[in-house]
Design a binder for this molecule. Structure first.
Ligand SMILES: *[C@@H]1O[C@H](CO)[C@@H](O)[C@H](O)[C@H]1NC(C)=O
Ligand SMILES: *[C@@H]1O[C@H](CO)[C@@H](O)[C@H](O)[C@H]1NC(C)=O
Ligand SMILES: CC(=O)N[C@H]1CO[C@H](CO)[C@@H](O)[C@@H]1O
Length: 435
């Protein structure tokens, strides 16, 4: 035993010396080769660490990221492997092993809300936003976050004879109803539209109500305030300079946020809340402890790394990039819609933005399209016929005369959407001319 140890010490010392010599030679040759310029910070190069366990993962990650997929798809570390090659995952309407084949008849899919538009930003910031996670990183279990339903739970009245009523203003995000109903709780139930609630039930005493206010609103991008003025959950998922002028600090009792539309990492499913009342805060914490199995530590580390990039330079980098992108898309979109009498989109009004310190128009994540012709009361179907997939108004408890188009997908998706819209509108102008 003792002998083995001694051998090891000897061997390790020797290896260490050899490695150091090799490393120094490497540096010397590197420097002598003219790679270093005068005035460059030499000490940074000297202390370049020799990597061990992270090297393979880093090499794999870089190799897979270097696969181009013709610019119309991506290869990922967890993509399928075929004949030893990572298979490209092509964007909609592209195919072939390298995603180079475009299907000319393909429909523009503006149905989903995948925020791929921020992908180029993260490619520009590849070095700063990449992470390497060891196999033993924080293995201990901890509680984490589950914001929307935790907020409802925290505001609901426990042990009361009737459940708290949860309402939202039409058009609203369908997930409020889905989640509130799914839990089938004795403490709260979904009651639908805030305004009809106000009309029909507000006079009845003893009725407990929790109001969701989505500001800016999904689907139409409006900045909203509470209708009932009682217990309110402000959903600020879209309250970022990408989508809206920021008129001032938001100062409500309970505000919920998500990483999804801030950095584009929807799959990370990470949210947080800002809560004023200590009792409400404690109920939310209790909910997380008991009902939620927690957010993975991988996720939290990833979020930390991403948010560090976001807050760099007071957040100017990401927000400038994201706003420029959304503004450009809205400029192109409004120019297309301005030629139409058959379709219209929501009106946008300029507001002073505290963040950029200038007056600007909103640039919402979604276009809320209205079909103006009397007989066209299913706007989703009209768009569908023009090879555009959208989400119909009834998804948001509005009329189907409306439909939501997502503007935050990839550049390819957006370009194809504009092409299909242009085709639709030119058809309309042709008809008008022929009359
Ligand atoms: C609700 O009832 C449970 C069990 O009877 C009790 O432990 C709890 O303190 C009650 N909560 C409130 C807010 O009254
Ligand atoms: C905002 O812009 C105005 C006018 O350009 C300027 O006078 C003011 O100093 C700016 N405020 C900040 C906080 O930068
Ligand atoms: C909770 C509650 O009483 N809701 C009522 C609100 O008003 C509508 C219309 O009268 C009723 O259908 C609901 O049951």
């Amino acid at each position: 035993m003792e002998k083995t140890k001694k051998y090891c010490y000897g061997f390790c010392l020797l290896s260490s010396i050899v490695i150091n010599i090799l490393f120094s030679i490497n540096l010397y040759v590197g420097g002598g080769g003219g790679a270093l310029q005068w005035g460059e910070k030499k000490h940074e190069t000297v202390y370049r660490p020799s990597l061990t366990w992270s090297e393979k993962a880093a090499a794999e990650a870089e190799a897979v990221a270097a696969i181009s997929c013709s610019g119309h798809g991506r290869a990922y570390l967890d993509s399928l492997i075929s004949y030893g090659q990572t298979v490209c995952e092509c964007y909609d309407c592209y195919g072939g092993t390298d995603c180079s084949e475009f299907s000319p008849d393909c429909s523009a899919d503006a149905g989903g809300g995948d925020p791929i538009f921020l992908e180029p930003f993260w490619m520009q910031n590849a070095e700063k936003s990449a992470i390497v996670v060891s196999g033993w990183h924080r293995m201990s279990y901890r509680y984490a976050d589950y914001t929307m339903i935790a907020a409802v739970y925290a505001l609901s009245s426990e042990n009361s004879s009737s459940p708290s009523n949860v309402v939202a203003t039409i058009p609203y995000y369908p997930m409020y109803e889905t989640q509130t109903s799914f839990f089938n709780s004795e403490d709260f139930q979904f009651e639908g539209d805030t305004n009809s609630w106000k009309l029909n039930n507000a006079t009845k005493n003893n009725m407990d109500v929790i109001e969701f206010v989505t500001s800016p609103n999904n689907p139409d991008g409006e900045l909203k305030t509470s209708v009932l003025g009682g217990k309110t959950i402000y959903d600020h998922a879209y309250l970022w300079p990408h989508f809206t002028p920021i008129p001032g600090p938001s100062d409500h009792d309970l505000m919920i946020f998500t990483l999804s539309k801030l950095t584009g990492h929807a799959a990370v499913r990470f949210g947080w809340a800002v809560i004023k009342d200590k009792d409400v805060y404690e109920k939310v914490s209790k909910y997380m402890e008991v009902a939620d199995l927690g957010i993975s530590k991988d996720t939290q580390l990833r979020v930390l790394k991403l948010l560090k990039v976001v807050v760099e330079d007071d957040g100017k980098q990401l927000f400038k990039f994201a706003y420029a992108k959304m503004r450009e898309r809205w400029d192109r979109l409004t120019s297309v819609f301005s030629k139409s009498t058959r379709f219209s989109i929501q009106e946008r009004h300029p507001l002073h933005c505290n963040f950029f310190n200038k007056t600007r128009l909103p640039s919402p994540a979604y276009a809320w399209v209205k079909c103006e012709r009397e007989e066209e009361d299913d706007c989703g179907a009209v768009l569908e016929a023009g090879k555009i997939a959208s989400r119909g108004g009834s998804t948001y408890k509005a009329k189907d005369r409306y439909a939501r188009l997502s503007l935050i997908k990839s550049q390819d998706d957006f370009d194809l959407l504009l092409l299909r819209l242009t085709e639709l509108m030119s058809l309309e102008n042709g008809k008008i001319e022929s009359i």
